[in-house]
Ligand binder design. Structure first.
Ligand code: 5AD
Ligand code: SF4
Length: 471
């Protein structure tokens, strides 16, 4: 039984990243025959995309998906570690599954994977208190699902296989994409930044870039399958290529992906540290790279940024921000902000509000700092009281929301390109996303679904737009 180990997980060596190919044996292909699975995903786009792989692997084993966990023979939770509330949700779900297993379906198979499985404390807890969970595997060995599940079905014993290592790259894992028009494509795994509050470098391993050829091949296939849009994914996409022994960077990759002819390219997440002028030029130059940048700032206080280990100051962030605004026409910029980092005083928080007043973000994901076990920030003494964090979050949200609405209002009367995704909750309405990733609702025929069309913005709301089709 292999268990998570944080000392191994934080190791970073110069060893070459191994590339393995996904393979399963024929005898596994029927282990799910007649059985239904339910997969629950928590967390970020990386996890959502991993779940698209997990679903395809399960279906290769003949399992069939159901949308209600009460009807399933197998329930798999793909978990997230980033904040305490993600933990609480997964443990809450385990509580409901325990009840079903005890009262209704003793044969129910339950598995847990994803980031929580890479945490020492969580796996200890599962071994001691959740003996009825059938299997656990981590982020480095997701491709082993068929084998681990097969063992869990055969042997009447909890299966735990979590590797704590810097990580390799697995190519060829099948994928069942949730959306027929837009696709996630991984370009870089892991993170080496070790921001002091963040657990990702421990749960996802070292920064390792996928081979450009594999990425381009995947995008070319998506184009030929009729996909209109890709989002290039990584914890820190601008670090792409830094681990190669040849010169090939995010700028080169974006240009090469642009040449595949895919109609829209997004990418996330960008760390301000690695954002080069060359990258700004490529975004400005390539018509199919969308004018949208997600640029997490985390705090507007240079003192707190230093404690966070972010490697930039309020001033250098604003300089980069202004440069992106200036050089990329009609760009929209979104961000992530944490309030209540240890030692954050009212004055630091005011610096954050001040930065938001300057940047007037198009979108912002705001979070209360959540201590993650064994990260440097969690060990700092002056943790901010919960009620102060809550109060700051509310004040921050009031300001960011004001700018979402203000920016959206500036679009009223303008014509924007929209990828139409489907029918919205309101009857007879379609919805889609603009080239700057804004949700827009409008009346239209169903045959527009899957197309990129022009829509005139007629009304602005805080989190969405209304519009009408331009014939
Ligand atoms: N507490 C609160 N928010 C966090 N994030 C990362 N770690 C934590 C934490 N411990 C936020 C950051 C990051 C986003 C994905 O989650 O803002 O950019
Ligand atoms: Fe976490 Fe920082 Fe890496 Fe983002 S860049 S995943 S916040 S360590």
């Amino acid at each position: 039984m292999e268990l998570p180990d944080y000392i191994k997980a934080r190791k970073r060596s110069k060893e070459k990243v191994e590339i393995e190919n996904y393979e399963i044996t024929d005898d596994l292909k029927e282990i799910g025959k007649g059985k239904k699975y339910f997969l629950k995903t928590y967390g970020c786009q990386m996890n959502e995309h991993d779940s698209e792989n997990l679903k395809a692997m399960l279906e290769e084993l003949s399992f069939v998906e159901v949308d209600d966990y009460k009807k399933a023979d197998l329930v798999l939770l793909n978990t997230c570690s980033i904040r305490e509330n993600a933990h609480n949700k997964a443990f809450g779900m385990l509580g409901r599954l325990k009840h079903i297993k005890e009262k209704e379906n003793p044969n129910l198979i339950v598995g847990l994977c994803g980031c929580m499985a890479q945490e020492e404390g969580v796996v200890d807890h599962i071994i001691n208190k959740y003996k009825w969970v059938n299997f656990v595997f981590g982020t480095h060995n997701m491709h082993r699902l068929p084998f681990i599940l097969s063992d869990a079905l055969k042997k009447n014993k909890q299966q735990i296989e979590v590797l704590s290592r810097e990580g390799n790259i697995i190519e060829g894992i099948p994928v069942k994409r949730d959306n027929p028009y837009k696709a996630y494509v991984n370009i870089i795994y892991g993170c080496d930044k070790f921001c002091t509050y963040c657990i990702v470098p421990y749960t996802r391993g070292k920064q390792r870039s996928r081979n450009p050829k594999d990425i381009i091949r995947e995008v070319e296939k998506l184009v030929s399958d009729g996909y209109k849009e890709v989002t290039l994914l990584g914890q820190n996409v601008n670090a792409y290529g830094k681990d190669f022994d040849y010169q090939y960077t995010m700028e080169n990759l974006l240009e090469d992906v642009s040449k595949t002819g895919i109609e829209r390219i997004f990418f996330m997440t960008s760390h301000p540290w690695d954002f080069t002028d060359g990258l700004i030029d490529v975004i400005a130059k390539c018509d199919n790279v969308m004018p949208y940048v997600h640029l997490p700032v985390q705090s507007g206080s240079s003192r707190i940024l230093k404690l966070m280990g972010r490697r930039y100051t309020k001033e250098s962030y604003i300089e980069l921000f202004d440069k992106i605004r200036e050089r990329i026409p009609n760009v929209c910029i979104s961000t992530d902000i944490i309030v209540g980092f240890p030692g954050e005083e009212e004055e630091d928080f005011q610096d954050t509000l001040d930065l938001v007043e300057h940047c007037k973000y198009d979108n912002a994901f705001t979070f209360i700092y959540s201590p993650r076990e064994k990260t440097p920030a969690a060990m700092l003494k002056d943790q901010v009281p919960e009620e102060v964090k809550e109060e700051r979050l509310q004040r921050l949200n009031a300001v960011v929301n004001k700018y979402f609405l203000e920016n959206n209002k500036k679009l009223v009367g303008k014509i924007v390109p929209v990828l139409v995704e489907g029918t919205s909750e309101k009857k007879n309405e379609l919805f889609g996303y603009t080239n700057t990733n804004k949700l827009i609702n409008f009346a239209g025929r169903d045959d527009l679904i899957g197309k990129i069309i022009n829509v005139r913005v007629t009304e602005a709301k805080t989190w969405s737009l209304d519009g009408e089709v331009v014939e």
